[in-house]
Design a protein around this ligand. Structure first.
Ligand code: C5P
Length: 394
């Protein structure tokens, strides 16, 4: 038995929440409902209370409940929070981190997984603002289901219908299922972030890599039970849970740290390694000394060294950030470096430092193009694919 806190938003699909409660109860779960003010217009607290066999919470300003059970406690004692229907307004407030009613306050205060089942008019779903909010929520770790397509109550047709209660109940079971530690006992080596190449003791050459995609991959692999060594260039990101982090600054330090971390079952080289280092001045360069010229020397290619060296990991994955002819360059890179896979990403937009990524997975089997996804979702998918490659498809 799991405890599910169901937030019912204000949309015509709110009536389906009644069926969802019934299905969840049938599966043996306890359901406690929160009804938003807008939700009141579509379904009554009485209906939800009768089906859930529990009190229904509706307001932040119920002094009796704040004394008996604060909203923090309400959000923490659940195993999972489900928002169904998640209206465009509710998704927007969640994405912005607002806490202006009981539902959003609970969502901001919780440390539990959140599953949202959207329902809204087709144009509202397709609006760039809603899509931006969905991308943000997924990047924040919220599971946002894709709405169903079909005829809508408003007379239009398209995506925006609440997924069927059966589908939401199945998504609830997935969200509650304990993570399958498919990579337990395996060692994964991940590089991430930029490198800094000193020019003199106070200056350096860098690039715009934020490290976010690599950190997300390291976290996703650790969540599958792997031992993960993350060799990180200079970034200010928090280390994902369960990841061993080695901080480096230069490409040469990164190469040394990678060599020291081997052997590994797989190496995933996400770092934006500088191709050259500067033959650096030992003292700070002074303006009066004339315009300096830099002598550059090539950095070791860490990916190629690992892919072609002794003790090669079974799976070597490289990244290719390109601004044009993305797949073509990736195919060439895969052959040149002898990587098993190249994850090609188009960095012509706001990818570097942003939350989303559009990638093409280039393997011996061909090229797979993924939709624009939150970097966290790219990481989770890639981690599963890595597990499939090492262990065979489940
Ligand atoms: O050659 P290019 O920099 O485009 O290749 C990108 C891929 O190679 C990335 O996976 C990156 O982490 C890796 N790389 C490396 N060492 C370098 C340059 C790139 O590991 N010196």
């Amino acid at each position: 038995m799991k405890r599910i806190l169901l937030i019912v938003g204000g949309g015509i699909a709110a009536y389906k929440a009644a069926e969802l409660i019934r299905l969840l109860k049938k599966r043996g779960h306890a359901v406690r409902c929160v009804l938003t003010e807008a939700g009141h217009h579509f379904v009554t607290p009485m209906t939800l209370a009768a089906l859930s066999e529990d009190k229904v919470y509706t307001t932040l300003w119920d002094l009796k409940d704040e004394a008996e059970m604060g909203h923090i406690q309400l959000s923490r004692e659940a195993d999972l929070i489900v928002v169904a229907p998640a209206t465009a307004d509710l998704l927007a407030r969640m994405a912005a981190g607002l806490a202006n009613d009981l539902a959003t306050t609970l969502l901001l205060a919780t440390d539990k997984p959140v599953l949202a089942a959207p329902a809204m008019n087709v144009r509202m779903w397709g609006h760039v603002a809603t899509q931006r909010n969905v991308v943000q929520l997924r990047a924040d770790g919220v599971t946002v289901m894709t709405p169903d397509e079909g005829a809508m109550a408003c007379g239009e047709f398209g995506p925006g219908r609440l997924p069927e209660p059966e589908a939401i109940a199945a998504a609830v079971e997935d969200a509650l299922a304990p993570a399958v530690l498919r990579l337990a006992g395996r060692h994964m080596l991940v590089t991430a972030g930029p490198t800094h190449e000193p020019i003199d003791p106070v200056r350096y050459i860098a690039n715009r890599s934020s490290g976010r995609q690599g950190f997300a991959i390291a976290g996703a692999l650790a969540a599958l039970g792997a031992r993960v060594t993350l060799v990180a260039g200079p970034v200010t990101l928090a280390t994902p849970p369960g990841v061993d982090r080695v901080d480096v600054e230069t490409a040469r330090q990164m190469a040394d740290a990678v060599a020291a971390a081997l052997p590994a079952d797989a190496a995933i080289m996400v770092a934006a390694v500088a191709d050259w280092h500067v033959v650096a001045a030992s003292q700070k360069m002074k303006k009066g000394d004339g315009t300096p010229t830099f002598a550059l020397a090539e950095n070791p290619d860490i990916l190629a060294t690992v892919a072609q060296g002794p003790g090669r990991p079974r799976l070597v994955v490289g990244f290719a950030a390109e601004t044009e002819r993305v797949v073509e360059h990736a195919l060439a890179k895969r052959a040149r470096k002898q990587a098993d896979w190249i994850v090609a990403n188009d960095v012509s937009g706001d990818v570097m430092g942003g939350d989303t990524n559009t990638v093409h997975l280039v393997t011996a089997a061909g090229v797979e193009s993924w939709d624009r996804l939150a970097k966290q979702v790219v990481a989770d998918r890639l981690a599963q694919r890595i597990a499939d490659a090492l262990l065979g498809t489940p």
